[in-house]
Design a binder for this molecule. Structure first.
Ligand code: 5GP
Ligand code: ZN
Length: 137
């Protein structure tokens, strides 16, 4: 499979490694959006959150928690943005699941969470929740 993150996991493309575990690799993002920006990926290929097994996702998120705490302490970050995109409509570029860890500082100017907010319609919220619950059952 021609997957860039699988090649990184296989050691075919060099990266700056942060954490190398049985199921998970964490490495520095090559185009950091903030100082200390890193990525956490499962070693088993899964394109997105719909495909990954719960066991692999649990391992990924455990590593995300530990790497977030470690980079916060290492760089004196004031906050951490954790971001994971699924599908082109969500701006996912690399089709191998990855979680971004982006250290943040007050007034750093990043606009990652600056979306337009508007009051929801309670009837529509209830209808959406009901429809989702049908698919959870
Ligand atoms: P996304 O798919 O969530 O939009 O972002 C993909 C991320 O992977 C980007 O932040 C990009 O800089 C990073 N990336 C893409 N190719 C490489 C690579 O070869 N090495 C590393 N270290 N990061 C990469
Ligand atoms: Zn892959």
């Amino acid at each position: 499979m021609d997957c860039i993150f699988c090649k990184i996991v296989a050691g075919e493309i060099p990266v700056v490694t942060v954490l190398d575990e049985d199921k998970v690799l964490a490495f520095m993002d090559i185009n950091p959006a903030s100082r200390g920006h890193m990525l956490v990926v499962p070693k088993n290929h899964a394109e997105n959150i719909f495909e990954i097994s719960e066991a692999d996702l649990t391992a990924v998120m455990g590593a995300v928690k530990r790497c977030s705490g470690a980079v916060k302490e290492a760089l004196g970050a004031e906050g951490i943005t954790v971001l994971q995109l699924n599908g082109k409509a969500s701006d996912q570029l690399v089709p191998h699941l990855h979680v971004h860890i982006m250290p943040r500082w007050e007034k750093d100017g990043m606009s990652v969470s600056q979306w337009q907010m508007g009051k929801g319609d309670i009837g529509e919220l209830q209808e959406i929740a009901r429809r989702v619950q049908e698919h959870l059952a």
